[in-house]
Design a protein around this ligand. Structure first.
Ligand SMILES: Cc1ncc(COP(=O)(O)O)c(C=O)c1O
Length: 452
């Protein structure tokens, strides 16, 4: 038995079905090529007909996942690299090989300058943020037996940190402490201080939450870590390109971030930036072809070369060069002022609907405690699940938002969000226009008024 109703009508239709046999309906729908999601709030299934069409207008609100569209020159740099050079880095003694090495070295220097660093730090390329995090953690904690080692991290971390630590705990005996956050996603630096003990080897901090956008207090955390024996690793995935920070003055030993989010680069490049004092103690979790000393296959090998084993993603690194050029012409302070106004308008719109719940603002939309934030906003609905909301916004208005837990496995109990359903997240970037923000406000109105 099925009861049907239309939830929203746009280029595609969103239908809601309340069914006695959801599993059968889901499998029939998927056989027919119809997109569907189940609601964790009810026994409802939401189906989208015409699911192969996308709406004419695209309002991209998922910049925390990856930025889109890319800044001018980024796609062209990728294409030019592939068309005009198109050879492997660190491999050839022919001219194009040398030009490739120089092009990649220039992007390393540009990135170092962007982070206010000089040769005292080393940039190692990886293929995405998750690989950079894995490389950094394993490079510090490379011993087979980790029973004497301890790591401090926070509840705001991405699963690429949490799962790596849990895996090292299970397989090699690592001990680690997860410092809680408050209902905004802010971590009290004093709690980090209390968690550090004499055998803490590494403190890992996510600079900005990918669920609430809250930015951590790096100055205070830096002073605390400096008073300990531990190294400090910063996950700047959500902050880089939006928040200016100086790893050297903050005493950060390792910075990891992907190039494809706030920096505006393409998929396929991320980096670990390591202070040169720590580099001799690091050991890469993987080894392989480096184009050098190929007659030896037993180490030790140089850390940076080993992390970069195999062919580098030259086109993507070249696109990061163009993205950094574009970033150097923008003011982060101007962007922050603009984004803070957007967030405020959206929060007040959410607060108008009793059916919607703003996440990460325990004092309400005024944000009385004034922590700084990157442009990320989460909310949930008392009647609709987060995936339902995302599908509705897309099918009715072409709004592309992220739903679920956002790979942030530990933060949700602290935010009071449903541990299965998570939040609907709208995130903004350098390419966001005022019209996009107006559309986001219309989207919130649709969700607030939908008769679920
Ligand atoms: C805080 C944080 N760390 C790490 C990552 C992983 O980056 P990537 O998606 O490039 O693997 C993300 C991605 O969303 C993130 O938000």
């Amino acid at each position: 038995m099925c009861r049907w109703s239309v939830l929203a009508k746009g280029a595609t239709l969103s239908w809601v079905a309340v069914c006695t046999d959801n599993r059968r309906l889901m499998s029939t729908a998927s056989l027919c090529g119809i997109s569907c999601v189940t609601s964790s709030h009810s026994r409802r299934i939401i189906l989208r007909s015409g699911s192969n069409q996308v709406t004419e207008r695209r309002v991209y609100l998922d910049h925390a996942a990856t930025s889109w569209p890319k800044p001018p020159g980024v796609l062209e740099a990728c294409l030019e690299f592939q068309r005009d050079l198109g050879v492997a880095a660190s491999r050839g003694a022919y001219l194009r090989g040398e030009q490739t090495d120089r092009a990649i070295a220039q992007v390393r220097s540009k990135l170092s300058r962007f982070l206010h660093l000089d040769d005292a730090y080393r940039v190692a390329w990886t293929s995405n943020g998750t690989m950079a995090i894995h490389a950094a953690i394993h490079s510090v904690l490379w011993q087979t037996d980790l029973r004497g080692e301890h790591v401090v991290t926070t509840a705001t971390e991405h699963n690429s940190v949490l799962r790596t630590l849990a895996d090292l705990q299970e397989r090699r005996g690592l001990r680690w402490t997860m410092v809680p956050c408050d209902a905004r996603g802010w971590v009290d630096p004093d709690a980090i201080e209390q968690a550090i003990c004499s055998d803490t080897k590494l403190v890992i901090v996510n600079h900005a939450s990918n669920v609430t956008g809250v930015v951590q207090d790096l100055e205070r955390i830096g002073r605390i870590v400096a008073n300990s024996e531990a190294w400090w690793m910063l996950d700047a995935a959500q902050s880089i390109g939006y928040v200016d920070f100086d790893p050297r003055s903050l005493g950060i030993d390792l910075v990891v971030a992907p190039a494809h989010k706030g920096l505006g680069g393409m998929f396929g490049t991320a980096f670990v930036v390591a202070a040169s004092e720590v580099v001799p103690s690091l050991r890469s979790p993987w080894v392989g072809g480096t184009g050098r000393s190929s007659g030896t296959w037993t180490g030790p090998f140089e850390w940076l070369e080993s992390v970069e084993s195999g062919n580098l993603n030259g086109p993507s690194i070249a696109s990061l060069g163009a993205a950094l050029l574009s970033a150097s012409t923008r003011s982060m302070a101007d962007f922050q002022a603009k984004a803070s106004d957007w967030l405020s308008r959206l929060r007040h719109q959410i607060a108008r609907y009793a059916s919607l719940r703003l996440v990460g603002y325990p004092d309400g939309p005024e944000d009385l405690q004034q922590v700084s934030r990157v442009p990320v906003l989460s909310f949930s609905s008392r009647t609709l699940g987060s995936h339902e909301m995302a599908m509705l916004l897309d099918s009715a208005m072409g709004l592309e938002c992220r739903s679920g837990l956002h790979c942030a496995g530990a933060i949700h109990p602290f935010l009071g969000t449903d541990p299965q359903d998570g939040t609907l997240r709208m995130s903004f970037g350098h390419a966001t226009s005022e019209a996009d923000v107006d559309a986001a406000i219309q989207g919130i109105r649709l969700l607030g008024e939908v008769n679920a």
